[in-house]
Write a protein that binds this ligand. Structure first.
Ligand code: HSE
Length: 297
């Protein structure tokens, strides 16, 4: 009557695909134990140091489970223990991992009665609490795995799970605070048509690059002309980190989700290591503490 779920960190946006593209990482991950109970409602315990809210109405996993329970006719509830392996606020889908892992676990305890698409919908209720926006670009890869495209949220959720070539990622998390809600406030309300054309050309190129394992095409299609320029001032060192990463052999990259982490895709582990070091040295020079993660997609 209990299951253990490892729910992974995810990269969202992947450059040009704001609120649309997502990619699951092998690590880090949240560990979630969930038990089905006869007592209705949701009880959350956090067995980590982050002091996240445990009131189910304030906790991303709690809100996601309450959304799922609203569709369950039986009088049941869940006891949940969460160990965050993904640091909250780091920009690699920490809230999405907890929300996604909780509903995947609950679904297993309910005989897999919900589809992945429905699970994404439940987990998005958690994302709304965390960031003030209902976006699925971290939830989708956490639940489907691999490379995902959120083609539509309305009128019905439409998510594509696509193949990704072998990739190694380097993520550097500078210890500065960038709240998703704040980094969405700086975004332009309208986009000049010329920029929009360049952006959707890149979106098409990136998808084609993933489908054909064409690393050069992926690299030259990643640039985000719309969102990243607006967020650039929020992350000191970003432009230099990118320059250093490309010189060290990265395929391409940018802000991870809404930041502050910066990610770079690489062909090999050795390249990802070198790229992680190159980016880290930029933040070290600025006197900003940072953590580096290097691992496979
Ligand atoms: N796509 C979202 C954003 C991800 O960039 O704001 C936030 O985690």
């Amino acid at each position: 009557n209990s299951v253990l779920v490892h729910s992974p960190a995810t990269l969202s946006n992947l450059g040009c695909g704001f609120d649309v593209f997502g990619l699951a990482l092998a690590a880090p991950y949240d560990t979630i134990r969930i038990c089905r109970t006869a007592e209705p409602g949701v009880r959350i315990q956090h067995l980590d140091q982050y002091r996240l809210p445990t009131d189910p109405a304030q906790n991303v996993a709690g809100v996601a489970l309450l959304a799922l329970l609203a569709e369950v006719p039986e009088q049941i509830g869940f006891d949940v223990e969460i160990i965050k392996g993904i640091k909250p606020g780091s920009g690699v889908g920490s809230s999405a991992a907890s929300a996604a892992g909780a509903v995947v676990g609950a679904n297993a305890l309910l005989g897999h009665r919900f589809t992945k698409m429905q699970l994404v919908d439940f987990a998005m209720a958690g994302e709304l609490v965390a960031s003030g926006a209902r976006h699925a670009d971290n939830i989708a890869p956490a639940i489907f795995g691999g490379f995902t495209v959120v083609r539509a949220l309305e009128p019905v959720l439409d998510i594509l799970a696509l193949p990704a070539p072998p990739l190694w990622v380097a993520v550097v998390h500078p210890q500065i605070e960038v709240k998703t809600s704040d980094s969405r406030k700086v975004l332009p309300a309208t986009v000049p048509l010329g920029l929009a054309v360049r952006q959707w050309a890149n979106v098409a190129g990136l998808v084609a690059g993933f489908l054909t394992a064409d690393y050069d095409l992926i690299g030259r299609s990643m640039e985000d002309y719309i969102v990243e320029p607006a967020r650039l001032p929020l992350i000191p060192g970003l432009a230099e980190a990118r320059k250093g990463a490309l010189a060290a052999g990265a395929i391409g990259g940018g802000i991870s989700g809404s930041g502050p982490s910066v990610f770079m895709l690489n062909r090999t582990e050795a390249s990802a290591q070198a790229v992680g070091e190159a980016m880290g040295s930029v933040f070290a020079e600025l006197g900003i503490a940072f953590n580096t993660y290097v691992g496979p997609v």
